[in-house]
Design a protein around this ligand. Structure first.
Ligand SMILES: [Zn+2]
Length: 173
């Protein structure tokens, strides 16, 4: 991990760009699944901190886990957060579930490989981590934070424009 919530920043920016073609809930669920291994290692003091989960092969497997376990969980989450109504639930299409999960786990490995020397993103082909330190940890955290803030602003501006357009097209609605 960087602290898991930091991963949400770029996710919010991707949501702003892709809107309904991207599930931020599934993306967020994938972040949690990715950091189960480091969390267990921190709690038990055993094993490699990031290990297999933080390789692109591990991330591909965990993306499938996140997608299969995340679809219905995310649909319930949207109702819980009040974004969808119980009598009018949002169904997240499987292709969106899978692409959001893969974007989630791959971006996670990418960001973590910049700040953690023990991450081996290209295991077993290459054990070097040549992403390490391409930007400083403080720059990385700022990038995550600002991409979230910019993404949130951008998201709402686009939502307002979409609603305006819908109203213009159908003024009686
Ligand atoms: Zn991590």
């Amino acid at each position: 991990m960087p602290f898991t919530p930091f991963h949400m920043g770029p996710g919010i920016l991707i949501k702003a760009i892709l809107q309904g073609s991207f599930s931020l809930m599934v993306f967020g669920w994938a972040q949690i699944i990715m950091d189960i291994q480091p969390l267990l290692v921190i709690l038990t003091g055993e094993g490699a901190l990031h290990g297999f989960s933080h390789t692109y092969i591990g991330a591909s497997l965990l993306a499938i886990v996140a997608a299969l376990s995340g679809k219905y969980l995310s649909e319930s989450g949207l109702i819980f957060l009040g974004i969808a109504k119980k009598n009018n639930p949002i169904r997240i299409a499987w292709w969106i579930v899978f692409s959001s999960a893969f974007i989630g786990t791959f971006s996670h490995v990418f960001l973590d490989s910049i700040m953690h020397s023990d991450v081996e993103p290209f295991f077993p082909v290459n054990l070097e981590n040549n992403m390490l330190g391409i930007i400083t940890i403080s720059q990385l955290h700022k990038f995550c934070l600002y991409s979230g803030l910019v993404g949130a602003g951008f998201y709402y501006v686009i939502q307002i424009l979409i609603n305006k357009q819908a109203k213009a097209a159908n003024p009686n609605a």
